[in-house]
Design a protein around this ligand. Structure first.
Ligand SMILES: Cc1cc2nc3c(=O)[nH]c(=O)nc-3n(C[C@H](O)[C@H](O)[C@H](O)COP(=O)(O)OP(=O)(O)OC[C@H]3O[C@@H](n4cnc5c(N)ncnc54)[C@H](O)[C@@H]3O)c2cc1C
Length: 474
């Protein structure tokens, strides 16, 4: 059981962190008490913003001695309410955003050490100056931080080729719940000293440690990039196209995103200065991207594969980006889907994965299952088909009060979606994590053996439960 912070603890934290690192000012803290989707609202006794690992460790020691809960936060772009404190006002928000230095870039070794608060877009820019690339990107790159990306084991649009955050993390520095510092930044290729703590912090959502820095793998900056926007009949055809491209040009294929027409339509209506790449509407689109170091090779490969797919009647139409600007315009359509959807009104979001081959069946069958139980519910699936991961969003019937409908039916509807996912051998969280949004459904649907192991790990590292209580596992 955690306790509310005493005035003397707050004074000690204020002395430790100084005016820039400590605030109880309601206006300063307010923007950070609601999650990006506006679903979760919390309160906090204070916001701590340490600037160094030593300050984080000292603050944690004070809180550990007092039994006070800490909620770590990076860019607050997470999708499951993981960085939002509870409503008691007894928890302390600990922002890592001031720890925003790229400590080191080793070009020849293709490695960089970045502090937790470095914003993903800034990290991309920093390594590009060394002709290198960090091959993970996502729509929230202007706010998401390295610490948040590690802690959610984020995915994004290049997982197909480069893996999730876990595959890109070569080392981690973290402050543990007793205030000790785990220094695991050394990028060891081989290290068999038992459990891999570095990977344990990936996806731990701040429940085991406060990530203060990470060593990250880089790749050479892409010399060439070819992007295509492709109209297709169905997810099943999109998967056939993926298999074809994979067989022919697999190693160069970096992105393969599936987008239904309704999502493109919402983006065109809500996001300024966007336009459809193809003259006619198609039921589904694929956004495919190749990256490599030979532009003409890539261009020829993509063009010849897509021409053959057109001839075979597999794809309905294709727009090839003529330059980087057009390629960015295509990606903007994809990256704006969440924002456009937010503007459409409330929806139930399910970030799920199933084996790649089963995804078309899930996308085809799930809406019918939902419609049978919840007439009028409108399901949309978009995202990372190549990873077997889509964002399956369900909007309330058009003629009802959406928020009230979700309050009444949301839990039952989501349970139906997740039961289907589990039936297919999938996961109820592909890349966004569990946070507070999926904590209860995880506890209900996950296997007892797995849940017991997760709880033992949490209890072993944080017996007093001061790190991000109420998130991920209870
Ligand atoms: C438009 C948009 C598109 C997105 N697209 C994708 C996508 O394609 N793929 C994807 O995976 N995600 C996506 N996201 C979600 C989000 O960007 C990621 O979850 C990201 O990793 C969150 O980073 P953050 O710094 O904002 O973390 P926050 O939201 O601040 O925190 C996320 C979780 O990590 C914990 N945490 C944060 N920092 C630390 C730290 N230093 N130490 C310990 N715990 C910490 C928090 O307590 C919380 O549990 C998207 C978000 C937006 C807004």
């Amino acid at each position: 059981m955690t306790r509310p912070p005493s005035p003397s603890l707050l004074r000690a934290l204020a002395d430790l962190l100084g005016a820039k690192g400590f605030s109880t000012d309601a206006d300063t803290i307010a923007p950070w008490l609601t999650d990006w989707r506006g679903k979760y609202h919390g309160r906090a006794a204070a916001m701590l913003s340490p600037a160094t690992t030593e300050e984080v460790a000292a603050a944690v020691r004070l809180c550990a001695d007092a039994g006070v809960a800490i909620v770590p936060q990076g860019g607050n772009s997470g999708m499951v309410g993981g960085a939002t404190p509870d409503a008691t006002g007894d928890q302390l928000l600990l922002s890592l955003r001031r720890m925003n230095r790229v400590r080191h870039i080793d070009g020849p070794a293709q490695i960089a050490v970045a502090e937790a608060g470095v914003i993903l877009q800034n990290f991309h820019d920093a390594v590009l100056a060394h002709n290198l690339r960090f091959p993970l990107t996502l729509g929230g790159k202007g706010s998401a931080t390295i610490g948040g990306l590690v802690s959610t084991n984020a995915g994004g649009t290049q997982v197909l080729r480069h893996g999730t955050m876990r595959a890109l993390v070569a080392g981690v520095e973290a402050v543990l719940p007793d205030g000790s510092v785990f220094d695991g930044l050394a990028p060891l290729k081989k290290d068999n000293r038992g459990y891999d703590l570095r990977h344990l912090f990936c996806g731990a959502e701040g429940t085991l440690g406060l990530v203060t820095a990470a060593t990250l793998h880089l790749v050479p900056a892409a010399v060439a990039r070819r992007t295509a926007w492709i109209g297709v009949e169905s997810p099943d055809v999109a998967l056939q196209l993926l298999r074809r491209l994979d067989a022919a040009i697999g190693p160069a294929l970096e992105g393969f995103e599936l987008i239904p027409h309704a999502c493109l339509d919402a983006v065109l209506r809500h996001i300024p200065a966007t336009r459809a790449p193809l003259g006619e509407a198609h039921p589904w689109y694929v956004l495919a991207e190749l990256a490599g170091d030979d532009d003409s090779l890539l261009g020829n490969a993509l063009e010849s594969q897509l021409a053959a797919a057109l001839d075979a009647g597999l794809v309905r139409d294709v727009a090839l980006a003529k330059n980087d600007r057009e390629s960015e315009d295509f990606w903007r359509l994809r990256d704006s889907i969440s924002e456009a959807e937010r503007a459409e009104g409330p929806a139930l979001q399910h970030d799920i994965s199933v084996p790649v081959d089963l995804m078309p069946a899930f996308i085809a069958d799930n809406p019918a299952r939902l419609a049978a139980a919840f007439p009028g519910a409108r399901a949309l699936s978009f995202g990372h088909l190549g990873d077997g991961n889509v964002h399956h969003h369900v909007q309330p019937p058009a003629d009802v009060d959406g928020a009230a409908w979700i309050a009444e039916h949301g839990a039952g509807l989501s349970r139906l979606v997740y039961a289907h996912v589990i039936e297919l051998g999938g996961s109820i969280s592909a890349e966004h994590g569990i946070g507070q949004m999926k904590r209860d459904i995880l506890a209900e649907l996950d296997s007892p053996a797995r849940l017991a192991a997760l709880r033992s790990i949490k209890h072993g590292l944080d017996p007093a439960g001061i790190f991000n209580p109420g998130k991920l596992i209870v």
